[in-house]
Design a protein around this ligand. Sequence first.
Ligand SMILES: *[C@@H]1O[C@H](CO)[C@@H](O)[C@H](O)[C@H]1NC(C)=O
Ligand SMILES: *[C@@H]1O[C@H](CO)[C@@H](O)[C@H](O)[C@H]1NC(C)=O
Ligand SMILES: *[C@@H]1O[C@H](CO)[C@@H](O)[C@H](O)[C@H]1NC(C)=O
Ligand SMILES: *[C@@H]1O[C@H](CO)[C@@H](O)[C@H](O)[C@H]1NC(C)=O
Ligand SMILES: *[C@@H]1O[C@H](CO)[C@@H](O)[C@H](O)[C@H]1NC(C)=O
Ligand SMILES: *[C@@H]1O[C@H](CO)[C@@H](O)[C@H](O)[C@H]1NC(C)=O
Length: 532
Amino acid sequence: MYFPAALLSLFASFYSARAATAEQWRGRSIYQLITDRFALPEGANPNACDPGKQDFCGGTWKTIRENLDYIENAGFTAIWISPINQNYEGPRSAYGEPYHGYWIQDISQLNDRFGTADDLKALINDLHSRDMYIMVDVVVNNVMATSTTPDYSKYFFKNASMYHSYCPIQWGNTTSEQNCWLGDDKVPLPDVDTTNPTVVAQYGDWIQNLVKEYDIDGLRIDAAKHVQMDFWPQFCAKAGVFCMGEVFGGLEVDPIAQYQGPQALDSVLNFPMYSALVEGFAIPGPGNITAVSTVFEQSRSKFKDTGLLGNFLENQDVSRWHNISVDPQSLYNAMVLNWMMDGIPIIYYGQEQLFSGAADPYNREPLWTSNYTESDTYKFIKALNQFRNFLVKTDWLEQETHILTTSPYGIAVMKGQVISVATNIGSPPRNNTNIAVPSPYDPSSEMTNVLTCQQWVVGSEGYLDVEYTKGGTPVILMPRSSLEGSGLCGNSLTQNAGNSDRQVSSAGTLSSLRMSLLPLATFLLFWTFYLL
Ligand SMILES: *[C@@H]1O[C@H](CO)[C@@H](O)[C@H](O)[C@H]1NC(C)=O
Ligand SMILES: *[C@@H]1O[C@H](CO)[C@@H](O)[C@H](O)[C@H]1NC(C)=O
Ligand SMILES: *[C@@H]1O[C@H](CO)[C@@H](O)[C@H](O)[C@H]1NC(C)=O
Ligand SMILES: *[C@@H]1O[C@H](CO)[C@@H](O)[C@H](O)[C@H]1NC(C)=O
Ligand SMILES: *[C@@H]1O[C@H](CO)[C@@H](O)[C@H](O)[C@H]1NC(C)=O
Ligand SMILES: *[C@@H]1O[C@H](CO)[C@@H](O)[C@H](O)[C@H]1NC(C)=O
């Protein structure tokens, strides 16, 4: 069949011009990047970017677009980019240039350091043509200044009455955390008064237009806990897309969980599980697997919807995993949990290259020094994404995750048909660290470790015995017959519907078939309308 290109692109825009909901984000996996640091324009000096200097390094929306294959080939189905709006312009601040995009001045304009409106639209169109989503980072809580008595006329909100008056934050005092100013005396961040009805209305109109104009699929909201909670439902309703907030925290689940739900946001970044994975898996570290199981159980009862949380091990604010834990197996095992439990997995650019910078600004390295190599970690992430992208077309996302067992050396979890076993022992081989995993499968059932394609057989009473005599590598087991159609471990990418030998005809397999037929049906429907 031949379709004229113009009609195809008309169809593509028809198909993609829809705001993405929480439900549509649930099955995605996200690559987070800082626009300035992801890719250089051709001809630029690749050796001129020193994160310690806090200067612009030259990345743009156009250079992201030129390098999308690198992200898509790793199996990601969305990207999250650093803020796109105009930032502070003036003499260099005590903390350098606003290369990261978080130092907002005027939200009614784009940041021309990163390109034009057309460049941004071209990036987003390209993503949509790959069936990938765009999540844009937005800063609502504050603007940036270089003194506590700034000239408000340069900001979007031009009247001092639209800001809270200056006070330093008293941590632990919620009112103070919401109304006082983030930052410090060198770079204060004037706190926008988000209880002011004019501010609320103007923010609502702004986000509605921004999402529409650029066809944005989701928002990552900076410093969400520094704005009063009841601001968010109407703001996100105006945006009409998935909202994931940054509510910074540690192991404690309660203070974070209260921000998810109809009273606040669709989702938050999963700081409790991040903190627990550091406790449980970092080497050296306390190796406290109980922290992981405790946060897991509390999350299950306290979060409104753990399937929407943003699971991460690195971001622009915390030290890279490889800085706190050099053994790559510690990263791989922790990543397996982020992919195979509830939640939307997120990688921070450079994690796939084992970058090792400490906290801000050293964790904002330029990616180009890696030459975009398909490193072992890149390949590991690609395998996780390929497997999860297959699972999300079945009923896997709707299945509850539960812990099968914990040991001092690791934890085994099950979601749907998939059993994942993660250990914290690291790369060196160890004897006497076996984890005996009680599974619901019948003895002698055939399983495949999707990370290595090795075949496993379930032992007596349904136990799976995982041993680490060759080192502490993670294990992901799936019944062999259920991998049909996955494209993994020798299985083709398509269902063999005529295969009458197939024993398993689970709801998962059927719904995956339905999902793959859906776009075709939509396409035919569109053509029917078009030809009428
Ligand atoms: C700024 O806010 C003050 C106090 O609410 C108000 O009296 C004044 O009219 C406002 N100015 C402008 C230009 O809106
Ligand atoms: C909490 O912070 C608010 C705002 O700065 C302040 O008015 C209030 O006195 C503080 N409460 C306590 C108990 O310190
Ligand atoms: C391990 O974590 C649990 C749960 O957070 C905590 O109660 C316990 O004190 C921790 N143990 C160690 C040795 O840090
Ligand atoms: C962690 O970061 C600090 C500061 O950048 C650096 O000195 C140190 O070498 C890093 N550690 C590792 C293991 O890379
Ligand atoms: C990237 O390529 C440059 C130029 O060929 C080379 O000097 C450098 O070692 C490479 N870096 C990595 C991490 O492969
Ligand atoms: C594990 O046990 C085997 C067999 O007894 C032995 O050869 C090997 O050296 C042991 N490995 C370690 C790391 O202790």
